[in-house]
Design a protein around this ligand. Structure first.
Ligand code: BGC
Length: 752
């Protein structure tokens, strides 16, 4: 109903609304006139420069260090409470609209959600993602993590591990993406590109040669420039060029004598000058050891404290030992990363994590990551018309699956599945099981089968259960965590003996591995099948049940070599710290890291004399047979390769793959190349791959670009002459097939 009174009220309202809109518009106009860096149409560089001009010295310096770490009593500072329960906090510049960095670890999911009363999805480990050889999966992996970081109030991640699995006993291999620079760089690059696209500052770590955890705070990784450039640095370069991350974390270890966070070769010469990295270098936590040296070498931000880049940096500036241009460069880089990643324009809003989405993506990624290593007489997939009883043994498979520890640890909902509720979910260096029971998932998948469980603690009892079942599945685990390496590649806790005994009792024994790196398998000839599930994440049990039951045809391939024994590795003996160095390590700084003094004298070095011959390259160069080769993985169907033609101008390999079995499947076709004869290099290098999905009988012609970045030789200029890359002229043998040791097609690439 309309009357005069309500009419004038509406008029009044619309006048007010219009006035309001005018005021708001002029505020925005005034704001962008006052704050031209808020104009999203300017480039991140331009915006960073504009802000930099406004900053006081103290505001600049505040961007260059952390303010402590939540949950770390030794790392507390006045602003530590602002970390949002995360790993770090860097002040922003509120008066100019520059947000603080609120930083969390997020290797395979957001860390410490349990301790902070929140929830996070655990994706399969990065090594698992690499086993999918699928950059789309990597992207989905990163997207979920980026979204969950934001939902939990973080705007920066500390994920993106891409150190090569050069040392298979490295306790952090599950955080990395295997042994090949092209595969690892592509997987981690896509993961971080998509994570940063959610508007969080991306990070790639631990730069560089952080290839073992033993003595990680001081070990000196000794290697030639060429070797490093063609292996670990190449992986970083590829990842960084794809992800364009806001940050790169320098590593704890030394590289050819200088610490990763004060190494002018790796930081200044390579990362910033040669590669043109425009973001900021963030130190690993407690990995800063100096002020002037680190600043000049290219470290931009100390974490998590301000021991070297706080008052000491200001004093060094005032005393003329550090130029203002250096401070400006550090600060500009932090600002650049903020604009680049979108956190200024689109700050995170805390919300509830999309649990369903996380579970769904985690399952899909894991389904593509599982690697079928052995499958005699088509024991898998489980055939319900033949298999009526199944003995499930070991690995706490009744309650869950294991996860990787350290700063990548994701907290399982309701705590560690093999400990009393509420205990242990966030314990450093204690194995944590997710409540993802493969037993329950298999029971749900095969409701008509009789499925029994034996914990495997008594091998005789387990063998008895297995003897009377149609199929036995032993779940075997190998737990890894940061700050430790495994003593050997043997399965721990007498699991080899358990498997032997079960296999002796039942010829239809399948071993499911939940491992974070390679393991040896002394029982391999006695079991019918082996499935590598890695650390399977929040939906690992469902993905695994789908593969075992045949609803999903496995398509993963190994991203690292599985050796027969440690004796075949470049460094057969476990890296250990000389007693003399151990003693000196006692000399530590307040922040828990060794002082530069102690470390400089620690004298503990690992000489990577194998150079760029990492993993399969080493095995090939040494003519050693691995247990399972890099790139290997079976399917429930079979593929045939034919008709290779190499186009030397377009630098592509073209061939046909045919599914000659009777099930649909996805095959990863791999392309390798060998340097021309004169190069004196005996191993091949992965130059490309493609995942191809084929129905039974279907064939497809595929064209795969040959990535010549990985075929170039790095030529060290020595004595001040310029280094350069050289793609040697000549005839490159091109090899195509299903794994690094099965390449039925050969051709040749001419480079003139
Ligand atoms: C690890 C990093 C991690 C940092 C913060 C360090 O000990 O090496 O990977 O991001 O801690 O938790």
């Amino acid at each position: 109903m309309h009357n005069r009174k309500s009419g004038s009220f509406h008029l009044f309202l619309s006048v007010i609304t219009t006035l309001g809109a005018i005021v708001a518009a002029s505020v925005v106009a005034a704001q962008s006139a006052d704050r031209p860096w808020m104009n999203p149409n300017l480039s991140p560089d331009e915006r960073a420069d504009l802000v930099l001009k406004q900053l006081t010295l103290d505001e600049k310096l505040a961007l260059l260090h952390g303010n402590g770490m939540a949950h770390a009593p030794q790392w507390q500072m006045p602003l530590s409470h602002l970390t949002n329960g995360g790993a770090g906090y860097v002040e922003g510049v509120k008066r100019l609209g520059i947000p603080p960095l609120v930083i969390s670890d997020a290797g395979y999911g957001v860390r410490d959600s349990g301790a902070n009363g929140r929830y996070s999805t655990a994706m399969p480990s990065s090594l698992g993602a690499a086993a999918s050889w699928d950059t789309d999966s990597a992207c989905e992996f990163g997207t979920v993590i980026g979204q969950e970081l934001r939902a939990q109030g973080f705007n920066m991640t500390l994920g993106g591990g891409v150190d090569l699995a050069r040392e298979p006993r490295n306790g952090r291999n599950f955080e990395y993406a295997g042994e090949d620079p092209l595969l690892a760089g592509s997987v981690v690059g896509n993961l971080m590109k998509c994570e940063q696209a959610q508007h969080v500052v991306g990070d790639i770590k631990h730069y560089v040669m952080n290839d073992q955890e033993t003595g990680r705070f001081f070990v000196n990784a000794v290697t030639s420039k060429r070797a490093m450039q063609e292996s670990d640095l190449l992986a970083f370069h590829i990842a960084i060029s794809i992800a364009n991350p806001g940050a790169v974390m320098c590593s704890y270890n030394r590289i050819n004598d200088d610490f990763g966070c004060e190494n002018s070769y790796t930081l200044q010469d390579v990362l910033k000058s040669d590669w043109g990295f425009k973001g900021f270098v963030i130190s690993d936590w407690g990995g800063t050891h100096s002020t002037e040296k680190a600043s000049a070498a290219g470290l931009d931000q100390e974490q998590p404290m301000a021991d070297f880049f706080g008052p000491k940096l200001k004093a060094a500036l005032e005393a003329g030992r550090v130029p203002l241009s250096e401070i400006d460069d550090h600060a500009r880089r932090v600002l650049y990363a903020e604009f680049l990643s979108g956190i200024v324009d689109d700050p995170p809003q805390k919300s509830v994590v999309d649990v369903e989405k996380g579970l769904e993506v985690a399952q899909r990624v894991e389904e593509r990551s599982i690697v079928l290593l052995k499958n005699n007489s088509a024991t898998l997939p489980i055939n319900p018309s033949k298999v009526h009883s199944i003995a499930i043994i070991g690995g706490h498979a009744d309650v869950g699956m294991i996860s990787g520890g350290g700063s990548a640890q994701v907290d399982p909902p309701s705590g560690n599945a093999i400990m009393p509720p509420g205990k242990g979910a966030t314990i450093w260096q204690k194995p944590v099981w997710f409540p993802t029971s493969p037993l329950k998932a298999l029971q749900a998948k095969l409701p008509n089968a009789k499925i029994d469980f034996d914990p495997g603690t008594d091998a005789n009892s387990a063998a008895n259960l297995a003897r009377n079942a149609d199929l036995a599945i032993v779940f075997a685990y190998q737990w890894l965590a940061e700050d430790m390496d495994v003593p050997s590649l043997s399965l721990p806790d007498h699991q080899d003996a358990l498997i032997e005994q079960v296999a002796a009792a039942n010829p239809h024994t399948i071993v499911v591995l939940e491992t974070g790196t390679a393991v040896t398998m002394p029982w391999i000839n006695n079991v019918a099948g082996v499935v590598e599930a890695w650390y399977a994440g929040s939906s690992g049990h469902k993905a695994l049940a789908n593969v075992l039951a045949g609803d999903v045809n496995p398509s993963g391939k190994l991203p690292m070599t599985f050796p027969k024994s440690e004796a075949d590795l470049p460094h057969p003996d476990r890296p250990s710290i000389p007693a003399e160095s151990q003693a000196r390590v006692a000399d530590v700084a307040d922040n828990g890291a060794p002082t530069s003094n102690a470390s400089a004298h620690a004298g503990y070095a690992v000489h990577y004399d194998e150079g760029a011959a990492v993993g399969y390259k080493w095995f090939e160069a040494q003519k050693k047979q691995p247990l399972f080769a890099f790139g290997f993985g079976l399917s429930y169907t079979t593929y045939a390769y034919s008709g290779l033609s190499v186009d030397s101008t377009a630098k592509t390999a073209r061939f046909t793959i045919r599914n000659i079995g009777n099930q649909s499947g996805t095959e990863t076709a791999e392309v390798y190349a060998r340097l021309p004869k004169g190069a004196g290099e005996s191993f091949k290098r992965l130059v490309g791959w493609k995942r191809v999905t084929l129905a039974p009988g279907e064939s497809q012609a595929v064209t795969i670009p040959i990535d010549t970045r990985v075929l170039q030789a790095f030529v060290d200029g020595f004595d001040g002459a310029k280094d350069f890359w050289n793609l040697a002229q000549g005839d490159y043998e091109v090899l195509v097939g299903s794994s690094s040791d099965n390449t039925p097609l050969t051709g040749s690439l001419q480079v003139q």
